[in-house]
Design a protein around this ligand. Structure first.
Ligand code: NAD
Length: 419
């Protein structure tokens, strides 16, 4: 019996099985590559505003330490569990290796419904979580970042808590911090920008006119909102957007800057417009040029995959497409161009890496430099994925993950097994 279970972990394991079969990795090597190096579970007690004490469960999974420290986001959501966090850590490993970063993957989180806690309680919980993690993290051991439900403010609290215990400011302990606290220019926008940049590249290859093209975005948080903004700036009409409160549709194109201002002020897209409201269950199957799932895992199953009407599926979220859906998409390769999550949303970790490097060196770059380098890495990885998919005659996801798995495997085999 393993502690790693659940739908999301099973999906990561099944995807790895596909890659391991494709690469012909011997059975006795597979567990060493797949199973996480460490999994930490902590209890985080906090004082609630009414004076009571409540304990929240927190997790951190560090997948492998072969190439350097581990790196990965922290998720605050009611669904968070050790299996989900482990899957996300494993995907981070393949992603970092694919784009050539000197990291293993990690992920963490707290099982909490943010709608039920106040800002003061959120600060207590964030600080207590980091304090419990101090023995297990460090700038050269494991570096945290934001993910669903966390943001720059939470990263600033993490950094402050860690620094207080060290007796000095250690900005390089987390990435995705506010620029005012040692963050980098361009990190907030990085993931969404990367998604839009790759989608634009694919549209150019498919000869899609940007000024006549449409986009649909599921999830309007950090990734979804900046992907929408960037695509709109490229000339696309963003015709539909959804979040956990509902969906909006406008055939003439939604006003994304206004929607971002509304979401920042009110915490969601709810209340932006009554006329534009739309059935959120229909959003993924709308006809459009670019579809960006940027919310949860496992939203595109085989049935939805068969009904997709997009030309480009740009996976902003981690794990939005199930392995069964991948089988359908493999049949529809000529109709739907897949940019898989491990590549599509890797702009976030690429710029997090730049932030870590700048913090370690105390030498900061201009935003244009950050973005130029981000696109350079994304373009190189995209070219490698396409070349590999053509050479091996496999879908894009298999090609991208195979490159990542192969690099981790080569590093492990060269280092050997200790002792
Ligand atoms: P976020 O918390 O900023 O935003 C999440 C968004 O999803 C919110 O708008 C929320 O309302 C929406 N959402 C939640 N449940 C939904 C549902 N059932 N239907 C529609 N929308 C729903 O999170 P984020 O940082 O933007 O992360 C989104 C996804 O992107 C996650 O899968 C995350 O792992 C992945 N990702 C994030 C980054 C990053 O830099 N933040 C980098 C790589 C990948």
């Amino acid at each position: 019996m393993s502690i790693y279970s659940g739908d999301v972990f099973d999906m990561a394991a099944r995807q790895f099985g596909v890659i391991a079969n494709h690469l012909g990795i011997p059975m006795d090597e597979r567990d060493r590559l797949l199973l996480p190096k460490r999994a930490i579970t902590v209890s985080c007690p906090i004082h609630r505003d009414d004076g009571s004490v409540e304990v929240f469960e927190g997790y951190r999974v560090q997948h492998h330490l072969t190439l350097g420290p581990t790196k990965g986001g922290t998720r605050f959501a009611p669904s968070v569990g050790i299996g989900e966090v482990a899957a996300l850590a494993i995907w981070m490993s393949w992603k970092c290796a694919l784009v050539g970063l000197p990291y293993g993957g990690a992920k963490g989180g707290i099982r909490v419904d943010l709608a039920t806690i106040s800002k003061r309680e959120l600060e207590s919980l964030s600080r207590r979580y980091m304090q419990e993690m101090i023995p297990f993290v460090g700038p050269h051991t494991d570096v945290m970042a934001p993910d669903m439900g966390t943001n720059e403010q939470v990263m600033a609290w993490f950094m402050d808590t860690y620094s207080m215990y060290q007796g000095r400011t250690v900005t390089e302990i987390v990435t995705g911090k506010p620029v005012a606290s040692g963050g980098t220019l361009g990190r907030r926008e990085a993931t969404g920008r990367g998604v839009a940049h790759l989608a634009k590249r694919v549209m150019a290859e498919l000869a899609i006119d940007l000024n006549r093209a449409t986009a649909v975005i599921q999830g309007f948080g950090n990734v979804g909102s900046y992907a929408a903004l960037e695509l709109q700036q490229f000339g696309l009409k963003v015709i539909a957007v959804s979040d956990h409160t509902g969906a909006l549709y406008d055939a003439a194109g939604l006003d994304i800057p206004a929607l971002m201002r509304h979401a920042t002020a009110h915490g969601s897209i709810a209340g932006f417009s009554t006329e534009l409201q739309f059935d959120p269950t229909q959003i993924l199957t709308l006809r459009c040029d670019v579809l960006v799932p940027a919310a949860m895992e496992r939203v595109i199953d085989a049935e939805t995959a068969a009904k997709l009407q997009c030309r480009v599926l740009a996976e902003g979220a981690n794990g939005p497409t199930t392995p069964d859906a991948d089988l359908v998409l493999a049949q529809r390769r000529d109709e739907v161009f897949l940019i898989p999550d491990v590549l599509c949303n890797s702009g976030g970790v690429i710029v997090s890496y730049f932030e870590w490097v700048q913090d370690l060196q105390q030498l900061f770059w201009e935003e244009a430099e950050v973005t130029r380098r981000e696109y350079q890495i994304l373009d190189r990885a995209f070219d490698q994925m396409i070349a590999r998919a053509n050479a091996d005659n496999v879908p894009h996801r298999t090609a991208a993950m195979a490159i990542g798995v192969e690099k981790v495997r080569a590093a492990k085999n060269m280092r050997g097994l200790f002792p």
